[in-house]
Design a protein around this ligand. Structure first.
Ligand SMILES: Nc1nc2c(ncn2[C@@H]2O[C@H](COP(=O)(O)OP(=O)(O)OP(=O)(O)O)[C@@H](O)[C@H]2O)c(=O)[nH]1
Ligand SMILES: [Mg+2]
Length: 456
């Protein structure tokens, strides 16, 4: 990592979630050379309690007039280098909610040399001081942001260092090959001939592993961010009924009148650990009703932004020309799943041209199979095979490295000399180093950590 010369400023922020009337305890965290002095100045710690590292002190935070008690607190000292950031860290555990926390924070921020922390600044210092790997810091951020159990599990794999280890190992394999190549460039005559095909095979093997990681990253993204699934179909096929069934509550109005749903309705659910935003849309048909037309226009918009469209049709009527027309209006790029609804009633009419899932929104029959197929179509089926998941930044860099290695194959095919091979190989090594943090500039680091939240 590059040398970084920062003013050793002391930073402070609330490290816990802040919400009115919520949380028994809140934690204010300070890091930097003035941390201890600042906290000593704003607190009164009775008796002969010692200001020693890794001890808990009991006392009060006082207002500037030294008379009013702002809160009753515990103070935890973690002196450098045995702290999260590697600097002196002091935590003030005060009572939760909003007002007292903000008053205590304001007192701390009034102290000389103390300023409010930027988003992610504690983690950034931890990385800069070698207390935390970059990928671990990113994984902690993902863990905090997880919206489902599976997403949290995946994030923990990163927190445990899984990404760091995998990428470091791949980068080292490339470094080995690079040193072989460089030796030949410099001392070709003195060394035994280099086996070009073995070297190339090794580079391509690393490329395949990177490609797998990129692919897994996409599935992981579905787990992290969740999926948008739109329910689309003609009026009265049972879209709102299916939404209610999957959400386990009466979210949408259901009637036997076609055109009941007029506006987009969203419902947040979790299926097999995957967060899903279900969109109920207005049934699409030709109509002169202005409100219904607006709803239908929104249905089209929802459809384009969806990860998957569930195209519902009514089994008691069969697959009709209108269903076919609707199917053709869904943009080619949007994956779709045909769902025949109302299996509890006798089926009539024609079958659709593609395979479909059969359900009954009213009885719940076929629901489990629908959920499995839905997740499979989105590449989000949690079969436990997904162990690591790169985030977008990491996946982009892994892809760059894979592309560079693919170019090296081309260089080999063109029969160019060794020093041409090293160009792409170096590029790949640099990209992997940016994932792990070994090759990073300060501005890149600033960009990564600015996406974290305050207090992290
Ligand atoms: N027998 C049976 N009836 C169903 C089933 N699902 C829905 N229905 C009925 O079909 C009618 C229409 O259901 P909705 O869920 O409102 O249909 P929709 O597709 O949302 O309709 P619009 O909002 O008008 O586009 C209602 O009378 C439901 O009770 C089912 O699985 N079996
Ligand atoms: Mg409806």
């Amino acid at each position: 990592m590059q040398e970084v010369n920062r003013e050793p400023q002391t930073i402070a922020a609330v490290a816990t979630a802040v919400a009115p009337a919520q949380g028994g305890i809140a934690v204010i965290r300070l890091s930097g050379p003035q941390a201890q002095a600042a906290v000593r100045d704003v607190t009164r710690i009775p008796g002969d309690q010692l200001w020693e590292s890794h001890r808990v002190l009991y006392g009060h935070v006082l207002a500037a007039d030294q008379a009013e008690r702002l809160d009753e607190v515990l103070v935890v000292l973690m002196l450098a280098p045995r702290s999260f950031t590697g600097e002196d860290v002091v935590e003030i555990h005060c009572h939760g909610g909003v007002i007292a926390v903000q008053r205590v924070l304001a007192r701390v921020l009034d102290q000389p040399g103390v300023r409010r922390a930027l988003p992610g600044e504690f983690s950034q210092r931890a990385v800069l001081n070698g207390r935390l790997d970059l990928t671990r810091a990113e994984a902690i951020s993902d863990l905090v942001a997880s919206r489902s159990q599976r997403a949290a599990q995946l994030a923990m794999a990163g927190v445990d260092g899984g990404i760091q280890k995998r990428i470091t190992a791949l980068r080292e394999r490339l470094l080995d090959q690079l040193s072989e190549l460089e030796a030949r460039v410099d001392f070709e005559e003195d060394l035994p001939p280099l086996d070009g095909s073995a070297l190339l095979e090794e580079l391509q093997e690393v490329r395949r592993e990177l490609q797998e990681l990129v692919h897994d990253g996409e599935a992981g993204a579905a787990l992290r961010q969740g999926l948008r699934v739109a329910l689309v179909g003609r009026p009265n096929v049972g879209k709102s009924s299916l939404l209610n069934r999957l959400s386990r509550r009466e979210r949408a109005i259901v009637t036997d009148l076609p055109g009941t749903t007029r506006d987009l309705l969203e419902s947040e659910i979790v299926l097999e650990g995957v967060p899903i935003t279900l969109l109920d849309t207005a049934g699409i048909r030709a109509t002169t009703d202005a409100v219904e037309q607006l709803g239908i226009a929104r249905s089209h918009d929802a459809l384009v932004s969806a990860d998957l469209v569930l195209l519902l049709f009514d089994l008691t009527e069969g697959w009709t020309a209108a269903d076919q027309e609707l199917c053709q209006r869904i943009p080619e790029a949007v994956p779709r799943l045909l769902v025949g609804n109302k299996t509890d009633r006798p089926a009539m009419g024609a079958a659709p041209p593609q395979s479909f899932v059969r359900v009954s929104a009213s009885s719940g029959a076929g629901e489990a199979e629908l959920v499995q197929t839905l997740l499979q179509r989105c590449g989000a089926l949690s079969d436990g095979s997904l162990l690591l998941s790169l985030n977008q930044r990491q996946a982009d860099l892994a892809q760059q490295a894979a592309d560079a290695l693919a170019r090296s194959a081309q260089v080999a095919a063109d029969g160019l000399p060794w020093d041409f091979w090293t160009i792409d190989l170096r590029q790949a090594i640099r990209s992997l180093g940016e994932i792990t943090g070994e090759e990073l500039t300060e501005s890149v680091l600033d960009r990564i950590f600015s996406r974290f939240c305050i207090g992290k």
